[in-house]
Design a protein around this ligand. Sequence first.
Ligand SMILES: Cc1cc2nc3c(=O)[nH]c(=O)nc-3n(C[C@H](O)[C@H](O)[C@H](O)COP(=O)(O)O)c2cc1C
Length: 352
Amino acid sequence: MSIPRTIALFSSSRRHGNTGALIDCVAGQLGIEVVDLGAARISVYDYEHRNRDDDFEPLMQRALACDQLIFASPVYWYAPSPAMKIFLDRISDFLDLPDLLADGRRLRGKQAYVVCTSIEAEASAHFIGAFVDTFNYLGMHYGGVLHADCRDGYVATRHAAEAVAFAKRLQGAGGARVNGQDNGVDMSRYELAQLNVGVIKGPMDSPVMADFAANLERINELAERSSGFVWRLQTEDGDATAIRPFGNANMLVNMSVWKDVESLSRYVYNSEHVQIMRRRREWFERMDEAFLVLWWVPEGHRPGVEEALARLQWLRANGPGPEAFTFRTAPLPPDALPGTPELNLGNECPAT
Ligand SMILES: Cc1cc2nc3c(=O)[nH]c(=O)nc-3n(C[C@H](O)[C@H](O)[C@H](O)COP(=O)(O)O)c2cc1C
């Protein structure tokens, strides 16, 4: 499998701060260049385009030669750093200028990612939204975010594992090694699938469900912005509320795939999702049987509802085991064989 050509466009007020360390780790793993936008000569957007001789156009041409673009910035006042904002503004040149328009259209279909740091558990929705709305406008596909909570600074032992997992995702489902090298990091080729079911206390459009329905999109978006999120089940409505399993008209499913147990657990128990989870009795009937099941799936596999329900039935019938488990009983992924060395993260990124 060929590795997608990838470029990292980075901007921070300090090259070797938190965001610099995080993107260097990702880039080291991918064997790609980090372009420091702040060090390039790129002036602010000019309606008269009197700045066409600066570094922007050649840099954009380099980005256009790639399949994947990573935009790396700290969160500064809920927004991207200034040089990143200028870069995004200048993309307008490729929409305004007739001789650049054809190149501008080449952005369509490219994968775009965000790498960011802040001092909160999750990246600000406004910050992510600015990128995602821009990607959508340009016809690029948003591939996800790697966010590091740096309230204690950049802590390699915490953040590098996530950076390595993120880089591996960008390398493609095959998880090929860059430059033919084994970097000594043995990451799992399995991802964590999750299903939970619940019996609602009334139709989705009834008053009793109103608050749940009103929060659903926000909570789903929060999941998508969370580090380690891979996929979620949804119909064309953007959620899974139209799917009613077990022939029960009142039963809802929620299903997703995550990089590992830690990332799902962080989202479930350590994000704004908690406030919604605490209110579940307002909207869902009490269930005496297990309503949540986790299981490992090969990287890239997207489980169907039947497969997921079979796992839940298995858990209900047999209790937790390698086939179906809960947070508390989660085993290591199937390729974490006994004797596999633990990921050893010292002070440096293992990829560099
Ligand atoms: C000017 C400025 C504004 C910031 N605004 C926010 C913010 O809105 N939300 C947040 O969580 N952190 C904010 N922070 C904290 C940074 O996002 C965080 O420390 C980040 O890791 C810094 O990355 P850097 O070392 O690349 O600059 C701000 C920091 C600065 C210097």
